[in-house]
Design a protein around this ligand. Structure first.
Ligand SMILES: [Zn+2]
Length: 163
């Protein structure tokens, strides 16, 4: 078994679509970033790379590479999931928390979960996506940005789990 954790945060800015977990969410602002700024997919991809002990997202997808400008984070996560399979491992489960004061994300959690599971190539029962606010505290509480953290457990691809 291999475990990994990931954290990410992006600034909110007007004039950008808000994409979290591969799901576009109606909002007046979106997340800034070299890619589409999908903070949830980045945290999960980082957790998977951590479990592989294979560096960080910046090493595999450097923001200095103009070819990666505006890249869909779904492409990034699918690429990392392929690295997991290439290592002879599979995702046992992922648990992630999005930390956002606004907009209200609870109505979108099921769709995010399904989206993440599809990108990882696993059943939705292996993916948990939760949301919390900071109760108004700090930069996130002031609505300046959104953060996410995730843990991922990888097991040998030969092992069969019930769920
Ligand atoms: Zn990011």
């Amino acid at each position: 078994m291999r475990i990994g954790q990931g954290f990410d945060a992006h600034r909110l800015a007007p004039g950008r679509p808000l994409r979290i977990g591969g799901v576009e969410i109606p909002h007046s602002q979106g997340l800034e970033g070299h890619s589409d700024g999908d903070v949830l997919l980045h945290a999960i991809a980082s957790a998977l790379l951590g479990a592989l002990a294979d560096g960080d997202l910046g090493r595999h997808f450097p923001s200095s590479d103009p070819k990666l400008s505006g890249i869909s984070s779904g492409v990034i996560l699918a690429d990392v999931a392929a690295r997991v399979r290439a290592a002879g491992l599979r995702v046992a489960n992922v648990d992630a928390t999005v930390i956002a004061q606004q907009p209200r994300l609870a109505p979108h959690l099921d769709e995010m979960r399904a989206s993440v599971a599809t990108l990882l190539g696993v059943e939705a029962t292996r993916v948990s996506v939760k949301v919390t606010s900071t109760d108004g505290l700090g930069a996130i509480g002031r609505g300046e940005g959104i953060a996410a953290q995730a843990v991922a457990l990888l097991v040998s691809a030969g092992e069969v789990g019930a769920r």
